[in-house]
Each structure stands twice: as C-alpha cells, then as structure tokens.
Design a protein around this ligand. Structure first.
Ligand SMILES: Cc1cc2nc3c(=O)[nH]c(=O)nc-3n(C[C@H](O)[C@H](O)[C@H](O)COP(=O)(O)O)c2cc1C
Length: 353
C-alpha cells in the first residue's frame, strides 16, 4: 500500500499516512456537561495506537443549546480544555495528528437540549416535532460565530493540530449553506455567496490566530444539495483559506437531482462527489463513506482521486485497521448492522471486545 502509507504535509504538520478516522459521536461516553471521560480517551487512543495518521475527534459542541444530544462532548467553556488536552496528547503520543470537529446543531437540537431551536430560517417542516424555531437575528449570528472562534481557540490551547468546522449533514453551518433550509433575504441568504457568508466570516477570523501549526479543516456536503453547488462551495472555502476539505453528505431533497455515478467508478455517490471536488480545488481533500478495505483506499489515493481516505465504521470495529493494512493482516469487517448509529450504545458494535 505505498500510496496509502506515504506521508502528507498540511501546513507545518507532517501526517504519517493517508488514513483518517472521521468524526463519530460516541453516545453515552462523555461525562456530564460534555466533559471528556476516560472512556473517550481510551477510545481515541486505541485508534491512534492502531496506526491512523489523522484522527478527527467527534462533533464537539460550541454552545450548550446547540448540542445534537444532551450527552455530546462540549467545548463551550474553558473548563473543557483540561480533558480535551489529555485526549489530544493521548493521540499524539502514538504519532497521530489530531483535529477536533466543532459543531452547532441549529434546527437539529433535540427538545431536551433546547425548547426553541435556532436556525437560519423558520423551517419547521425540517424538524419532526412541533418545536418553536427562532430565526437568528444578525446579532445572534455574530454571537454564534464568536462561539465557534472561542471554541477553536480552546482547541488550540488543548493542543489539537487544528479544527474541523462541521459544515455537513444538515447541522447549523450546512443549514446556512443549503437553499432548502436557508430562506433568508438579508446578507446571509439568497445567493450562494450570501448563504456561505456565515461560514466564511468564521474562517476569516480563524485565520487571524491560526499559526502555521494549526490546521483549519471543513467538513462539507458534496451534494449540498447538488454536486455543482458542492463544487462551488468547495471553491469558496478554498478562497476563504480552508486548508483541508472533508467531503461527506449535505441536505438532499427530491427537487435537486443527485449526480449519476459512472458505472466504472468503484465507490458510492458520496465518495464520487468527494473525488469530483478534489479535481476542482488545490487543497487536500478527504473522501469518505463505505470505505472498508485497504485496497479501496489505496486505489483512491494512487489514482489521485483523493489525498486522504476516512474509514469510519471500519475503525470502530477494528481500531488496528491501519496497522493491519500496513502489514497485510486480516481486518475485522464492519458487519453494517447499524448498531453503532445514532443514539445507540457504541459498545453494541459486535466487533468490540
Ligand atoms: C456512530 C456514528 C457517529 C457519527 N458521528 C459523526 C460526527 O460526529 N460528525 C460527523 O461529521 N459525522 C459523523 N458520523 C459520520 C461518519 O463520520 C462517516 O461519515 C460515516 O460513518 C460514513 O463513513 P463509514 O462508511 O466509513 O463509516 C458518524 C457516524 C457514525 C457511524
């Protein structure tokens, strides 16, 4: 696997291989109020020890009322820094680079987190129970942007090699980017440039304090809501100064057709979008979704279809995925049983010891 195990330099950071652990929330692991627990540390440490070059710690919330679940990890207070520092150090000790995904759920905050949800627009058809939705004022927007900046500063203080803005999967940043959930008529809505203003203003402020050792990553929807739009979003992010793009899914809707994946392309739609975006930008791109076997990952890097490849559920079931790939040892396969998915106990993964 010569390509998968070649190093890559992002800013000043040399990452030892192209294997990424993508962010995956471990429900039930964090302590009260989003504090890092021993279980969180052991979970990431095992994947770093198992050889993954880059670990992106799960969606960690920048504001109490923006959590996607009441047991989500937090980075909204200086008090979170100490536990997060132990987590970053545990990964770096084993030679992994480590970013942390910073996040706000917007419309998708559950009732036990926020009685009234905050969103770009009053898009109540997008949430499944009768919740009050408050359209963010410009003042609210500035406050949440500052919450992202403060969270990134805490991540830097906690020793992370950078942050990843969670701009995918229909959470707040994605809700701004998407014409499906953003119906604003001010400077934060309407044209794509306006819809991206929320994110771009955050990125510009991050650039003011991020030195050469601190990476600014962004997870975006490759189909937000179309691939053409995804490509435009990627270019806007590149121009704004994002240094690492991670292409996953956006908010889709039947009104917006999905791209046809060519028959000869060996992976799924999400990976395809990532590879198309990779061909249109000059910053490193991580692709993800359904990549289970080292040969799949090697093919994508070898053919310059991706700079890095994220292996999510594959690394949940087998923390040693990367080292086993390197030595040609047998990897425990993900059984696609979905027991690791939302709001369930990650320990139910049948491969876990
Ligand atoms: C249990 C679980 C939790 C997840 N949590 C997050 C998250 O915190 N942030 C995020 O951007 N994606 C999250 N995802 C999506 C993964 O990062 C990844 O994109 C997805 O699992 C597809 O990759 P895979 O087929 O390699 O698992 C999660 C996925 C799983 C299975």
């Amino acid at each position: 696997m010569p390509h998968l195990f070649s190093p890559i330099k992002i800013k000043n950071k040399e990452i030892k291989n192209r294997i990424v652990m993508p962010p995956m929330v471990c429900f039930g692991y964090a302590g009260n109020n989003g504090f890092v627990s021993e279980k969180n540390i052991r979970h990431y440490e095992a994947r770093a020890k198992g050889g993954a070059g880059l670990i992106i710690v799960e969606a960690t919330c920048i504001a109490r009322d923006g959590r996607l679940a009441s047991d989500q990890l937090g980075i909204w207070s200086d008090e979170h820094i100490e536990g997060l520092k132990r987590l970053s150090q545990a990964c770096q000790f084993h030679g992994a680079a480590v970013l942390i995904q910073i996040h706000h759920a917007g419309l998708r905050a559950p009732r036990d987190v926020a009685e009234t949800v905050l969103a770009p627009s009053r898009c109540s058809e997008y949430i499944d129970d009768n919740r009050l939705v408050r359209e963010l004022t410009v003042e609210d927007i500035k406050t949440i942007q500052q919450d992202f900046i403060k969270a990134a500063k805490r991540a830097k203080e906690a020793g992370f090699d950078g942050i990843e803005l969670h701009g995918a999967h229909g959470y707040l940043i994605s809700q701004f980017a998407s014409p499906i959930t953003n119906k604003r008529t001010d400077q934060y809505g309407g044209s794509l440039e306006n819809r991206m203003r929320f994110a771009v203003e955050i990125i510009r402020q991050l650039k003011e304090f991020a030195d050469e050792n601190f990476i600014i990553g962004y997870r975006m929807g490759g189909n937000e809501p179309t691939l053409e739009n995804g490509i435009q979003i990627a270019k806007i992010l590149e121009d704004a100064g994002v240094e690492l793009l991670h292409v996953s899914a956006g908010i889709s809707s039947p009104e917006f057709p999905q791209p046809e994946v060519p028959r000869e392309f060996p992976e799924n739609l999400i990976v395809y979008c990532g590879t198309r975006i990779k061909s249109r930008v000059n910053i490193p791109v991580i692709v993800v979704n359904g990549i289970r076997m080292p040969q799949q990952a090697e093919y994508l890097v070898e053919n310059n279809l991706a700079d890095m490849v994220a292996v999510g559920r594959g690394l949940l079931i087998d923390p040693d995925w990367a080292n086993k790939a390197k030595h040609g040892s047998e990897i425990k396969p993900c059984l696609a049983c979905k027991r690791c998915l939302w709001y369930t106990e990650p320990d139910k993964c049948p491969g876990k010891d």
